[in-house]
Design a protein around this ligand. Structure first.
Ligand code: VGL
Ligand code: ZN
Length: 240
């Protein structure tokens, strides 16, 4: 017969075991497979400290991305890649300042400081990224009159970058999105990934946001509604 003390001891062992199992499970429950791709969005000098559109704490995503990238056989990086005098630059709209908005033929456009001009050092990927296995670098925003936050579709909502076709041809089913900025290029990429039929995960601590006019809260709400999963880098199993 079990006495009360032994019963309690047995119970607490079971509780501890359950907690420990839960914790291990939560610590690294997602194992990227061959049908998974990491999309590293716009980790470019312009968005890093000293850049013309520096994202607060932007540099902090780099070590996190380098670490999780080890878990991925498939990595695509993006570069915001604007023409000089791009329509998204406040400097080409007289009387307008960065972070104000204007109405363009395709909808509302936030105006930005000049950034990520083709071929400039500001448009270069961070030299601290270390993802030698990355297979594709996709450039976007290179049409002078159309912006492109999303790695899939330009802001006109119809011009494709070709990324969905590439990923489908490579038999990718799920994408993990990281980089800059959470509320613009990361969010628009994750939303378009869902629209194109991919499972989409955003790795929260591998991203940082700009947060202008409530954009960050809105982006998370839009992503939740679209079925984008919000995870942390610790949820991804890296290494053996
Ligand atoms: C981005 C604003 C303008 C981004 C790009 O990478 O999130 N944001 N261009
Ligand atoms: Zn841009």
């Amino acid at each position: 017969m079990l006495d009360r003390r032994r019963m309690l001891a047995g119970l607490s062992t079971a509780v501890v075991a359950t907690l420990a199992t839960d914790k291990l499970w939560a610590a690294a429950s997602i194992k990227p497979d061959d049908a998974s791709a990491l999309l590293v969005i716009d980790v470019q000098n312009c968005f890093l400290p000293g850049g013309s559109l520096a994202v607060k704490e932007g540099e902090q995503v780099v070590p996190v991305i380098n670490r999780i990238a080890k878990a991925f056989a498939n990595v695509v990086m993006t570069q915001d890649w604007h023409t000089p005098g791009h329509v998204s630059f406040a400097s080409v709209h007289s009387g307008k300042k960065p972070f104000e908005t204007i109405d363009l033929a395709y909808g509302k456009q936030v105006l930005w400081p000049d950034h990520c001009v083709q071929g400039t050092d500001g448009a270069a990927l961070s030299k601290d990224l270390s993802i030698p296995q990355a297979e594709l670098i996709i450039r976007k925003g290179f049409h002078k009159d159309v912006d492109s936050y999303s790695a899939f579709l330009e802001a006109d909502g119809k011009t494709s970058t070709g990324l969905a076709g590439y990923l489908k041809a490579r038999k990718i089913k799920r994408v993990f999105v990281a980089g800059l900025a959470t509320d613009f290029c990361v969010a628009w990429t994750a939303l378009d990934a869902r629209k194109a039929g991919f499972e989409a995960y955003v790795v929260e601590d591998a991203c940082r946001g700009i947060d202008t006019q409530g954009s960050l809260a809105k982006a998370w709400a839009d992503m939740a509604k679209a079925g984008v999963k919000r995870i942390k880098s610790g949820d991804i199993a890296v290494g053996a």
